[in-house]
Structure formats: C-alpha cells, structure tokens
Design a protein around this ligand. Structure first.
Ligand SMILES: Cc1cc2nc3c(=O)[nH]c(=O)nc-3n(C[C@H](O)[C@H](O)[C@H](O)COP(=O)(O)OP(=O)(O)OC[C@H]3O[C@@H](n4cnc5c(N)ncnc54)[C@H](O)[C@@H]3O)c2cc1C
Ligand code: SF4
Length: 538
C-alpha cells in the first residue's frame, strides 16, 4: 500500500499548480501534473468562430476548449483551461494584495509581512514590469485624467504586469501593431518569447508570447527538472491510499471525442484546480463518491466573486480605443474604504481586438431589429458612427464584497441521479461594494465628459460575471472555520493540500493571481521542508 507512482500529484496547472510543481521538483521530488485542458500554442489559440472556445464540464470529451464559463443562477464565472491555467487567458496584472486585505478572515500566520518574501519570489519569476511611459494607452491617459479631475491623482498608479515590453516600441511606428515590431528573445528558461505590440488580444492568448505565462516560466522550469505534465487529463475523484491518495481521471482523446478512465497514486496530492475546480472536486469526494467523508462542513463556504464589475462609458468626442494595448495597465486604489465607506479598486478594462468587428456588427444590427435587452439598451447609448466601439471606456474594477457565497451539490428534480454544482449567493450582500464601484465609475466618466451605462444584467437581474472566483476551500485555524490550515493542508487528511484561489477566505479586492502564487510558494516551501502539522493516520 505504501509504494506510490509519484511523490506528488498536482491537479491543475494554473498559478497554484505551476508554482508548486516547479518548487517541489527543485527539491528533488518526482512530480506529475494532471491538467484537464490542452497544451495551447500561438498556432492553436482559438481565433475563428468555429475554433474550440468552450469547455463543457459535463461532457469534456465533446468540448475541451479555452474557457470554462459556468452560469450559476445570478453568477457567471469564467476560468481558463489549459497548461498554464488562468495565465493563458488573464490580463497579466500581477499585483500583491494591500496589507489591509489580511486583517480579518485569515489564519493569524498569514499577514502581508509573512507573504512579502513569497510575493517577491513569484514576481521575480513572472518577470513583472510597468507600462513604459512612451507606450501609454488612450484608456490609461483617460483614467489618469479622470482621477485628477476628481482629486484622486494620488491614488492613481501603474500596475505590475507580467508582460515583456520593448522600450523602443511606440504608437507612432508605421503599422505599429504588426508582428514585425515584436522583438524575439530567449527567456531564462529557454523559451522563445516576443515583445508587446499592443495588439489588444491578451485575454484570448498572446500571439507574440509577450505575456509571461506560466507555461513559459514556472512550468518550463518544472519540465526541465523532470516534472511530467499530462494535458487533457480530467480528474474526477480521489481516495485515501495508505498514507497517500489514489487519483482517478478521464484521459480525453480529442480526435475521437472519447475518454479513457485511469488512476495513479501519490504520497502527497495538491489540488490546484482553482476556486471552482478544487471545491467541486472535494464536494464530490465528500458528498457524491464519499471517499473523503470527513472534510470540513465549511467546504464550499466563504466564496466570493471578488467584487468584480465592468461599467462601459461612452465618449462622444473622444477616441478611447478599448481594443488597443494591454487589457489592463493601471488602477485607482480606494481599498482603504474611501469609496462611500467601501473598499474598491478601479481599473481600465479592455476588449480583445479580435472581437471588435463582432461587437460593432452586433450593435449596428441591433438598431434595426428586436434584440435582447442588453444589446438594445447598449445600442441606444452609442452614437451611430463608423466604428462605435472606439469611443467606449470599459471601466473595470474589484471590491471587498461580503464573501459569503456557498458552493454545494444539488440533485435536480428532473435528474435526481445527478449531483449538480450550485451557488447560494445573495446579490444584496454584494451590492454595497458593487454599487460603490459603479458610482465611482459614473463619477470618473462624468469628470471627463463621458456617460456611464450600467448594464441591466445588474440593475434589473442582479447578475454578475466574474473572472476572479475565490474561496470554497478556505484557510482557517481549525475545521470549524476552514477546510485547510495556513499551510494549505486539508483538515483531517494529512498529505492532501489545496494551493489555489479556493483557499483565499475572503475577497482581496484586486487581481488575485499574485496572491495565489505567493501562497503556493509558501505551501511548497513547507512541503519541501517536511513541515507537517497533522499526524498521519497510519
Ligand atoms: C479573462 C480573464 C482575465 C483575467 N485577468 C487577470 C489578471 O490580469 N490578473 C490576475 O491576477 N488575475 C486575472 N484573472 C484571474 C486569474 O486567471 C485567476 O485568479 C487565476 O488563474 C487563478 O489561479 P488558480 O491557480 O486558482 O486556478 P487556475 O489558474 O484557474 O488553474 C486551475 C487549473 O486547473 C485545471 N483544472 C480544473 N479542474 C480540473 C480537474 N478536475 N482536473 C484537472 N485539471 C483541472 C484548469 O483547467 C486550470 O488549468 C483573469 C481571469 C480571466 C478569466
Ligand atoms: S497587447 Fe497583444 S502583444 Fe501585448 S501582451 Fe497583450 S496580447 Fe500580447
């Protein structure tokens, strides 16, 4: 019973998975990473409508694309699928949380000061930079101007970005966004990258490898050190096996749209399938398969959408070009509670350049046809001009919401043999933070002669979309208030860890990947040092 296929099996290859894989391999462990998504390259990133855009959690062998979009009643959650996890799809903002984020809801061991060395380590590995002064986007300039108009200039700042810039690039170059201006270079892990040409497609995969994604750093180094990464391996359950665990998975055969079941064992297992993925897997192991029956009753609780919201604003006389340049570059920091008593963080959002024609076409059609409330209301606000999207500022941001969502499994009446993932989430509890963020978006727009448009998805239907799911397997001091301890180890299950966004016990109010990576650095260091706080049962 005590011989294992691997020292460590890691489930998921996003921020938590990539960091732990790399650091444990550096410590000589035999590591396997099981990743449900594909191994993407710039040649295979989805681009055309018929490309594999979506992941289907119920039938992954049928659809195993770029984005997992879960629509749960009043909350839509977007996450990435592939080797590199959310780093493939993210906007590359890699920013530490503010110290105030840790003052409540966390185990006493986790403070900004304890995390600081790990923030530094992760930021160095992701190679973060700020947007160069000679490359400011129109959104960046507009945001700074709006902040100054409202007397918030001191709170405006550039954000750390895991992007490689060429200092010689600027918007005045002839054909500035063309591939010829991206300079090729070899990174410290032997991977070929390019430099940013502000093409605006960060969220659908950087064609130039200018984004410093996990497959180009942490995972590249992990593979050099012997880590095995198995893409298209969808983990379905885990069970105790001696002092370790047996992992069950389906290997997706893409060409045949079929799957082959399999299983492997490891002395230690690290769940890094993200807030939704890790929580769903543990819920299934406790409540459906009953292989881990003693998991904390807190499992699924303390879930948050991190207060994410996007408010488009229209500028009649000003070009904003939201599809040009990196998606996010700067912020106005009101996380000290100074937005009507709420803690929020305003950012400049953007839209993928590739979607420009689709959105513009849809708006033009809407003017002449009976379309959905969303498109109809939106079209009313936008002037009838050649390229309507050019004048839209997508004000984005996050806030510290109530963080009291609860993920759980439910048997639907129409199919009682199934266990479906559901979210209990009360929009009224999130409303103070969301509405404070919206009011700030409105003030910033008015200050620069724009008109903000709050989508009816929120005003009428109280529905949010989040790319930043957090919580579900939250850290705590005991199984009474957490699923894992401050080292990520699952209460009641020695050698089983969670190291991803699921362990963050409350909203941090800004982009979370840097905090997830820092926590994973700390968890990996403690596993490597053999720091165990729970006795082994056998
Ligand atoms: C469009 C978009 C833009 C974003 N921009 C930013 C940004 O600029 N800055 C920022 O900080 N954050 C950003 N985020 C959020 C960021 O991507 C996530 O917070 C981060 O990736 C979460 O890290 P994680 O390790 O928890 O999980 P993930 O990075 O999501 O990794 C989880 C991995 O596990 C895999 N997986 C899930 N279930 C299973 C299973 N059962 N078996 C095997 N594998 C599984 C998934 O495919 C995935 O690869 C963005 C997200 C989106 C969608
Ligand atoms: S703007 Fe384009 S080139 Fe720059 S990081 Fe984003 S996708 Fe890559």
């Amino acid at each position: 019973m005590n011989s294992f296929d691997f020292d460590v099996i890691i489930i998921g290859s996003g921020f938590g998975g990539a960091v732990t894989a790399c650091r444990l391999a550096e410590n000589g462990m035999k590591v396997l990473v099981l990743e449900r998504g594909r191994r993407w390259t710039p040649e295979t990133y989805p681009r055309k409508p018929e490309d594999p855009w979506l992941w289907n959690q119920d039938e992954p062998e049928q659809q195993h694309g770029w984005l997992d979009l879960r629509t749960m009643d009043t909350m839509w959650v977007a996450t990435g699928c592939g080797v590199g996890g959310g780093s493939l799809i993210y906007a590359s903002i890699f920013v530490p949380a503010n110290p105030s984020a840790f003052t409540q809801g966390w185990p006493a061991e986790i403070t900004f000061d304890t995390l600081k060395p790990y923030y530094d380590k992760a930021s160095a590995m992701m190679s973060v930079h700020e947007l160069p002064d000679n490359q400011l986007t129109q959104r960046h300039t507009l945001m700074r101007e709006s902040a100054e108009q409202l007397g918030l200039g001191e709170r405006f700042r550039k954000l750390p970005m895991a992007v490689t810039f060429n200092p010689d690039w600027n918007y005045n170059l002839p054909d500035a966004h063309s591939p010829q201006h991206s300079k090729t270079w070899i990174n410290p892990h032997g991977k070929t990258q390019g430099t940013c040409v502000h093409c605006g497609n960060c969220d659908i995969g950087c064609q130039f490898h200018a984004k410093n994604t996990l497959d180009l750093n942490y995972l590249a180094r992990a593979e050099t050190l012997g880590v095995e990464i198995k893409p298209l391996h969808f983990v379905t359950s885990l069970q105790p096996h001696g002092t370790g665990y047996r992992i069950h998975f389906d290997h997706i055969i893409s060409a045949e749209k079929s799957k082959i079941p399999g299983s492997l064992t490891a002395q230690r297992v690290i769940l890094a399938a993200g807030s939704i993925g890790s929580t769903e897997l543990l819920l299934r192991c406790r409540d459906e398969h009953q292989t881990l029956p003693n998991l904390s009753s807190i499992l699924g609780h303390n879930w948050s959408s991190n207060g994410d919201f996007l408010t488009p604003a229209f500028y009649k006389d000003r070009q904003v070009s939201p599809t040009k340049g990196p998606t996010i570059t700067c912020a106005i920091d009101m996380l000290d509670g100074s937005a009507d008593g709420q803690s929020v963080f305003v950012e400049d959002g953007g839209f993928p350049n590739l979607f420009k024609d689709f959105i513009s076409r849809r708006l033009q059609q809407t003017r002449h046809g009976p379309w959905s409330v969303f498109w109809h209301d939106l079209a009313k606000e936008i002037p009838e001009i050649e390229n309507p999207l050019e004048n839209v500022m997508p004000w984005f941001g996050q806030g510290i919401d109530a963080s009291d969502g609860r993920l759980h499994l439910e048997r639907p009446w129409y199919a009682p043999w199934k266990h479906v993932l559901k979210l209990d989430w009360n929009p009224d509890h999130a409303a103070p933070a969301i509405n404070a963020l919206i009011r700030l978006h409105q003030k910033l727009s008015t200050a620069t002669h724009g008109t903000a448009w709050v989508p009816p998805s929120w005003t009428d239907f109280k529905t949010l979309v989040t790319p930043h799911p957090l919580g579900g397997c939250s850290m705590g001091d005991s199984p009474q208030n957490g699923v894992v301890n401050h080292l990520g180890e699952v209460f009641g299950y020695p050698n089983l860890f969670v190291a991803d966004g699921a362990i963050i016990p409350r909203a941090i109010g800004l982009n979370p990947s840097c905090t997830i990576a820092a926590l994973a650095e700390r968890i990996a260091e403690n596993i490597a040092q053999g720091t165990h706080h729970q006795p082994n049962p056998s």
